[in-house]
Design a protein around this ligand. Structure first.
Ligand code: FHN
Length: 605
């Protein structure tokens, strides 16, 4: 239902908006990306969910293996984003591309002469993945640069035939994964090949100057290589095709046939194209805020680049890694986190340390991650997130409430027991009570786990929850604009590259019309004053109004900038416990520049 609102009154907004507390579908991608990002977007192609875990044996990988290691490693790793003394910022595996250093093909090929990854230690990498709690490794067998990191008979531009190293590291890694008991799979760039004649975005003529077509590349290199990687490395778990772009369907179909024939239990990534993959791979570095149905994964990096970049020390901490992992599991998906080994094969120590740090936590609380189901709240909660196992909830508390009480809204079941887990084996029973429909747990004032503490709540029956947003009486509550009902404005998905290839995603409310509002229904347990802040971008000084339906309205002018930032608007009063509708509107200033990302309530108690 669309409404054009002429009046600035929020009361009329509330009257018109049909509210639902259910988490809504993510915003449609209506943003018009910049020319460069449009090109990269196009490369992702279709990625439709086809397979459910129940439908096929191969889907079971995602049931138990909610966490995996991605590895980008190739000739480009030897450059580490520095070419002839100049540093290029962005994703390292694109270094030869004109968006980065623009290295001519003959020059790039010559790099193989100096590629000698003598410090590559397959056992150490497999052990790292195991220690990190990851269930399988997916590694680049051939990226867009066309260089094969295994012994390919189809093209001599590979690590065995073209480098002084002369060994097939993939044979060693497959074996090492087997030994430590984790799965293995190959990334393969099927469409883009920048160095082979006829490959996607590659040279259009061969070495004799004859015209080369995509079909030539496909028959001479792509198809034989996919046959090789699916038949010469034993059982593999996934073939992770990437960036199908406009690759014709018949080729993708044939490649999938090859995978099915050689590896009947292997999953095929959604980025195979044409909706033919087995599961959906979300945008790079994208972790959804709403639960997503079907089989899906998020892929992300331990720092900013996929492949090694010498300057990139922007590592995620163990707590950040756990935040992203638990978010993915809580939203119903799988998290694949990348490392980029150096050109000599070694793994940057800080990446390894962060992975081991989060891995130790997973060993303490494996039930939060492995075989765990999504959160019945369908979104994160102010203090953390929830995953499920049958009739048990696992509350992963990222922000420990110092008040000695944790508040869980909307749970309809009777609680059989609540325990604070202190390790894999031990736990302590904690007291709980129901107050105005909220479950309140008594906790020690200090968090028992230095990273993320876990409470296990056993329920009578399957989890039954009202997923309404609720304002926590102790910790800050941030609610994203994508969860609001929008009227007289537009919810728009925006994504951009921070550096070349490093994606950011945001759903924001824009195009504010007079009377327009983003409205949330919220539950309040503890009445009183709360500080309200809005997170937005825009130009100049903007006037915002925040109003409770039938209650207090506050407004204030605050500055804006082109970077999302929290702006304090003022204090607002919820007079008694219960449900409220709260609306935010941009009412004066350059309203067309205003983009609202979320609202935050801070308790004053
Ligand atoms: O272009 C590639 C990129 O280099 C990297 O491999 C990522 C990983 O998801 N996939 C493509 C871009 O989406």
């Amino acid at each position: 239902m669309k409404h054009t609102l002429k009046t600035a009154s929020l009361a009329s907004v509330f009257a018109l908006v049909s509210m639902s507390c259910m988490a809504k579908e993510p915003a449609k991608d209506t943003a018009k990306p910049a020319a460069k990002s449009e090109k990269m977007d196009d490369l992702w192609g279709d990625s439709v969910v086809k397979l459910r875990a129940a439908d096929a044996k191969r889907g079971q990988l995602f049931d138990d293996g909610n966490y995996a290691m991605f590895i980008h490693w190739g000739l480009y790793s030897n450059l580490g984003n520095k070419v002839k003394g100049k540093t290029y910022y962005g994703i390292g595996e694109w270094i030869m591309n004109s968006n980065m250093a623009g290295i001519p093909i003959p020059e790039y090929r010559k790099l193989a002469n100096d590629f000698n990854p003598v410090n590559f230690d397959a056992k150490a990498i497999a052990q790292l993945a195991k220690d990190a709690g990851m269930k399988y490794i997916i590694i680049t067998s051939k990226h867009h640069d066309g260089f094969a990191m295994y012994h390919s008979k189809a093209d001599k531009f590979n690590i065995v035939d073209a480098t002084p190293y002369g060994r097939d590291p993939m044979k060693e890694l497959v074996q090492a994964c087997k030994e430590v008991g984790i799965g293995f799979g190959f990334y393969y760039s099927h469409n883009q090949d920048w160095t082979f004649p006829g490959g996607g975005k590659g040279p259009k003529v061969d070495s004799d100057g004859k015209r080369a077509t995509f079909d030539d590349y496909y028959k001479k290199k792509c198809l034989p290589q996919v046959k090789e990687i699916t038949s010469e490395y034993g059982q593999i778990e996934i073939v992770w095709f990437d960036t199908p772009g406009s690759m014709p369907k018949k080729y993708v179909e044939e490649l999938i046939e090859v995978v099915r024939k050689n590896q009947p239990d292997a999953l095929v990534s959604g980025r195979a194209g044409h909706g033919l993959g087995d599961y959906q791979s979300l945008g790079d570095m994208e972790v959804p805020h709403h639960n997503v149905k079907g089989l899906w994964e998020s892929v992300d990096t331990t720092n900013d680049s996929w492949a090694y970049a010498w300057y990139d020390e922007n590592w995620k901490t163990p707590k950040q890694i756990l935040g992203l992992l638990v978010s993915c599991v809580g939203r119903g998906g799988t998290y694949m986190l990348n490392i980029g080994p150096r050109g000599d094969g070694s793994v940057p120590q800080r990446a390894a340390d962060a992975l081991r740090g989060s891995g130790e936590w997973i060993r303490r609380y494996p039930q939060v991650v492995y075989g765990a189901g999504p959160s019945p709240w369908q979104h994160a909660l102010p203090w953390g997130d929830v995953t499920t196992r049958g009739n048990k909830l696992h509350l992963a508390v990222f922000e420990w409430p110092r008040s000695g009480e944790l508040h869980l809204p909307g749970l309809k079941n009777k609680i059989k027991s609540a325990k604070l887990l202190t390790s894999k084996e031990s736990s302590a029973e904690i007291a709980h009570k129901k107050v105005s429909g909220w479950s309140v747990f008594s906790l020690p004032v200090g968090a028992p786990d230095k990273l993320v503490s876990v409470i296990e709540v056993e329920l009578e029956g399957e989890p039954d929850v009202d997923p309404c947003f609720a304002i926590d009486p102790v910790v800050d509550t941030e609610i994203l604009a994508e969860f609001s009902e929008v009227s007289g404005a537009k919810l728009k998905r925006n994504r951009w590259m921070e550096k070349f290839g490093e994606w950011k995603h945001v759903n924001q409310v824009v195009n504010w019309q007079p009377g327009g509002a983003a409205t949330w229904e919220v539950d309040v347990l503890v009445p009183g004053d709360y500080k309200v802040a809005l997170n937005y971008t825009g130009k100049g000084r903007l006037v915002w109004k925040v109003a409770i339906e039938g209650g207090e309205a506050i407004q204030n002018q605050q500055n804006a900038s082109s970077v999302f930032h929290d702006y304090r608007i003022g204090w607002i009063n919820f007079p008694k416990p219960g449900r409220y509708k709260v609306g935010a509107s941009c009412i004066e200033g350059d309203t067309q520049s205003a983009a609202l990302k979320g609202i935050k309530f801070t308790p004053l108690r």
